[in-house]
Design a protein around this ligand. Structure first.
Ligand code: ATP
Ligand code: MG
Length: 389
């Protein structure tokens, strides 16, 4: 009995003419994510991608990995068998025997995409259900609220027997949504924002600003750890670390204190824009959320995005902190995010930050700075660190 994994396609099935390229991308993403668990034959038929072990494999590992691949809405392990009702029954008995013995009530649900199969799906469910009941007489049949459901699928190439499918990552295959620069701090929000854009198929280049000696080596490690924790979702990542100390010191020296954070954020955006152009990315991603802090009012957001012509994607813009925290826990970044290390935004914070700034005023204040020189110098001193899971 050769167990395999069936991955059910999510929104990919809506994609009409693009569908083929979506499926190809998804299969190559699955191949990349499962390769360390053994050799698999991966192919697609009827809105399902089959992941079939070839020889010795760690199927548990591959199954867990498939659950984190965007574009897949549900996954299940299944055993294929010959397309006869007897073979299907025997497979259900042996493959699902252990669960059926420890369950009180059950039902059988069948799907028949091969219309040449002699029984209709209801007939097949009744026939297999009847014999399973005979083989496991303690079981109650309960079609409305069963403790366990046996699934039978009669497809073109074979019949498949499986337990209920488990929910998977959803979204669109990584690589189908273009690429973007994601601004990653050490906080709770930006890893969640990165995850959410990756879920829409966006490949990310990570950008982090560090301000040594105000920010420590531990703070830097924390950010790299967050990036590492994102890789099961986002794929391998490169974190570009840009030194930000000089820019911050210059702003402090030359600009009014109440505009400090805003001007600093404009430098972040300029550097992100610089990086996007160099890497061929088409958008910037931040963890900003309306009203969360002084630099996240509408006026402040307008002022900070004034320096870039790229779309600034802010997937958390309308979310409450609780919802963001829930996602952070789900994706596995929360515990790292709450480690108490300083971020460059937390050094030199103004006592009374401007919440309704005017872009003309800010441009005027920046006249005191060598904006281009500072940007070029910081960009030239960047460092790229690759992370993988
Ligand atoms: P987070 O929890 O993601 O740190 P936050 O609520 O603390 O967000 P801010 O510190 O104002 O908000 O930062 C807003 C966004 O700016 C962050 O979500 C992130 O995208 C970006 N950002 C902030 N600090 C940095 C940094 N040091 N390096 C890169 N991006 C940063
Ligand atoms: Mg922050």
């Amino acid at each position: 009995m050769q167990e395999m994994i069936l991955c059910k396609l999510g929104e990919v099935v809506l994609k009409g003419l693009n569908r083929h390229s979506f499926e190809m991308k998804l299969m190559s993403n699955i191949r990349r994510r499962t390769q360390k668990f053994g050799k698999f034959k991966i192919y697609s038929r009827q809105s399902t991608i089959y992941v079939e072990p070839v020889g010795e494999c760690d199927l548990d590992g591959a199954f867990a990995a498939c659950k984190q691949v965007f574009g897949i809405i549900a996954v299940t392990r299944a055993v294929p068998c010959e397309k006869t009702k007897e073979a299907i029954l025997e497979t259900a008995k042996t493959y699902l025997g252990d669960v059926l013995r420890s369950t009180r009530s059950f039902k059988v649900e069948s799907k028949r995409s091969d219309k040449t199969f002699p029984l209709g799906s209801i007939q097949l469910s009744q026939w297999v259900g009847g014999y399973l009941h005979e083989a496991f007489p303690h079981l109650q049949v309960d079609v409305h609220n069963p403790e366990f459901t046996v699934y039978l699928e009669v497809r073109e190439d074979a019949a498949y027997v499986h337990a209920p499918a488990e929910p998977a990552a959803g979204g669109l295959p990584l690589g189908m949504g273009g690429s973007a620069v994601s601004l990653l701090s050490g906080g709770i929000d930006s890893p969640v924002a990165s995850y959410m854009m990756a879920k829409r198929g966006v490949v990310l280049e990570m950008l982090h600003f560090a301000s040594p000696p105000y920010t420590s080596q531990a703070a830097r490690e924390k950010v790299l750890q967050l990036a590492r924790e994102l890789t099961p979702w986002c794929g391998r990542l490169t974190v570009h670390i840009v030194p930000f100390t000089e820019i911050q010191e210059e702003i402090r020296r030359c600009c009014p204190e109440d505009h400090f954070t805003l001007i600093m954020r404009r430098f972040m955006m300029r550097l992100a824009d610089r990086m996007a152009k160099e890497f061929g990315c088409h958008a910037l991603v931040t963890g900003e959320c309306l009203g969360q802090v002084a630099s996240q009012t509408m006026q402040a957001l307008a002022v900070s995005q004034d320096v870039t012509d790229l779309p600034v994607l802010r997937p958390l813009i309308g979310m409450d902190k609780e919802e963001i925290v829930r996602i952070a826990r789900h994706i596995g970044t929360f515990d790292t995010s709450i480690l108490p290390y300083e971020d460059c935004c937390t050094v030199f914070t103004p006592r009374h930050p401007k919440t309704k700034p005017h872009v003309e005023d800010v441009r005027e204040m920046e006249q005191a700075l060598d904006v281009e020189g500072l940007v070029e110098k910081a960009w030239a001193a960047r460092e790229a660190v690759k992370v993988r899971y």
